[in-house]
Design a protein around this ligand. Structure first.
Ligand SMILES: [Zn+2]
Length: 143
């Protein structure tokens, strides 16, 4: 089975890099850990393009038929209150596909939230609404 979701830091997110999007493996090791930001986020360094990036940046969905940016945009629109039915109509994706992305996003809620908040200005409250679609997976359990 192909892994479709990889962690930030597993590949270089710089689209102009020769090693852009190549997941780290025994033969592919252009990414190294590069200390932490003042906010405590892991920083990475790509030896190929000599750029640094932090864990909140980059692409979470990998090797999906739909570009990751577009998946994140759909998730952002959902978080902002768009209905799945209207996104199906406007964006042309199947409802099952969108629900599939959501389920996958929920598995990595923390990383997805970081990108949605940093790159799409989605708020905390909107994120809670997003996870409500997939059975409150992204929320902390109330004890
Ligand atoms: Zn690079």
């Amino acid at each position: 089975m192909t892994k479709t979701l990889v962690k930030v830091g597993d590949f270089c997110p710089n689209t102009s890099c020769d090693d852009y999007g190549k997941v780290q493996s025994a033969n592919q090791h252009n990414i190294i850990k590069f200390g932490k930001t003042p906010q405590g986020h892991q920083r990475y360094y790509c030896k190929t393009c000599k750029r640094t990036f932090v864990e909140t940046k980059g692409t979470l969905f990998y090797r999906r038929r739909t570009p990751a940016d577009e998946i994140m945009e759909v998730l952002a629109l959902l978080a902002e209150g768009d209905r799945i039915s209207s996104l199906v109509r406007v964006k042309g994706h199947k409802e099952e596909t969108i629900l599939d992305w959501l389920a996958e996003a929920a598995e990595h809620a923390e990383a997805v939230e970081a990108v949605l908040m940093a790159d799409y200005q989605v708020t905390r409250g909107q994120l809670d609404g997003l996870w409500a679609y997939v059975g409150n997976k992204g929320e902390k359990k109330l004890s």
